[in-house]
Design a protein around this ligand. Structure first.
Ligand SMILES: Nc1ncnc2c1ncn2[C@@H]1O[C@H](COP(=O)(O)OP(=O)(O)OP(=O)(O)O)[C@@H](O)[C@H]1O
Length: 375
């Protein structure tokens, strides 16, 4: 309860009450209290006027108006506060390092990045294919989106260094992740958090990737990115059967795999090889997705098997696993409001795929509020 000046009947607000109120205001990226994150630098109270200085991690932070508004609203809701002034400042190096330290929590004593700690219960699913261009990144993005729609908190690591396509699919290729000290904030889209090597390659310049570099990059994505709480993490792997599978095995021995192929016999053959590599490293194969399975005529509904038939079935049989979904070729003529609003049979196939994946990894639905991708 605020103190009351008995003589004048005026409510006097205290520093503690202001701090207590600000404790409810969250940093919009980290989702933790601005008080806990030491972002409230000073509080001055002058009768019914309160002035607070809030420190942001970086200059020109696009979220400053969100924080400013939340602080103002919160303080104006207090009895005894009439006017509020919010001054926005910026952290110096020392303050930023302390902020990063609080967000990161105690550094792990082992070499294992915190997000890989099995105690957190995050399900890791690597999406692999034998050859490029079969739609592995498209499937990863849509699966991530639909799992998010089911209320799961989803992380996506775009590790496909031969074609970083996931940011483009979500339309966020021009955004830049915020860096705070050595902490990287992923791009947040509703229930999804995304990180891609694309954000770290200057001007998309070509990079010669060698096995150890890929492993190092993955390790950094797990140790330096602030993932917050996640239910599932999807990894879009580069196509092929190379070193990356071994890196994944070493780093995430419990990772599961989904193999993507097209119905074409050639694609299926290499997909089996990619799957066998996964099995050799003891990864459970959750199943196979046959992409570009067929084209559904928008007029009469008839199916045309543009790339042949049976590829997905064959890969599933050879790897003794399930054919999880057959995704049709999208109708490029269709006008959509979002890249995921593909409508018709394609959207249904992705929704079914997400349901099957969710039950295969035994993840329960969460009653998280549905959040739109783009606020
Ligand atoms: N079901 C589909 N219908 C129509 N086009 C599709 C479908 N799936 C993927 N595509 C298109 O095929 C192209 C390749 O897809 P994508 O980049 O997802 O493949 P990829 O296997 O990840 O390839 P790479 O590993 O070489 O990046 C993209 O232009 C994508 O839009």
């Amino acid at each position: 309860m605020p103190d009351t000046n008995e003589k004048w009947g005026i409510i006097l607000i205290t520093n503690e009450q202001v701090l207590e109120a600000l404790d409810d205001v969250e940093d919009p990226e980290v989702h933790r209290s601005i008080v806990e994150l030491h972002m409230v630098k000073s509080i001055e109270i002058n009768g019914a006027h309160v002035r607070v200085e809030v420190l942001l991690t970086i200059r020109g932070c696009p979220l400053h108006t969100t924080i400013e508004r939340a602080v103002r609203e919160k303080l104006l809701s207090l009895d005894g506060v009439r006017t509020v002034e919010v001054a926005i400042g910026h952290m110096n190096d020392e303050e930023r390092a302390r902020f990063a330290e609080i967000v990161r929590g105690k550094r792990s004593q082992t070499a294992i990045p915190a997000v890989l700690d099995p105690a957190l219960g995050i399900e890791f699913i690597a999406i692999a294919s034998g050859k490029g261009g079969v739609g592995k990144s498209t499937v990863t993005a849509h699966l991530g989106y639909e799992l998010g729609q089911l209320g799961l908190r989803v992380g996506i690591v775009d590790a496909d260094i031969y074609g970083f396509s996931i940011p483009g699919i979500f339309g966020v290729q021009l955004q830049k992740p915020t860096m705070i000290d050595d902490l990287i904030m992923p791009i947040e889209l509703g229930n999804l958090r995304l990180i891609s090597m694309q954000y770290f390659v200057p001007d998309n310049s070509p990079v010669v990737w060698r096995g150890p570099m890929l492993g190092k990059m993955l390790r950094n994505f797990f140790s330096q990115v602030y993932w917050g709480e996640l239910d599932v993490m999807l990894l879009d792997l580069p196509p092929g059967t190379g070193d990356i599978a071994l890196d994944i095995h070493q780093l995430i021995p419990k990772s599961k795999e989904i193999i993507v192929t097209t119905p074409h016999a050639g694609a299926a053959e290499v997909a089996v090889r990619a799957g066998l590599m996964g099995l050799r490293t003891n990864h459970e194969i959750l199943g196979v997705v046959e992409n570009m399975s067929h084209f559904v005529c928008p007029g009469c509904g008839e199916k045309t098997y543009v790339f042949g038939q049976g590829g997905g079935e064959r890969v599933a049989q050879d790897l003794q696993t399930d054919l999880l979904a057959q995704i049709p070729i999208s109708n490029l003529e269709m006008e959509t409001t979002s890249p995921f609003d593909t409508g018709g049979t394609q959207r249904e196939s992705y929704q079914r795929l997400a349901e099957r994946v969710m039950s295969a990894v035994r993840l329960g639905r969460r009653n998280l509020p549905k959040r739109s991708l783009y606020n």
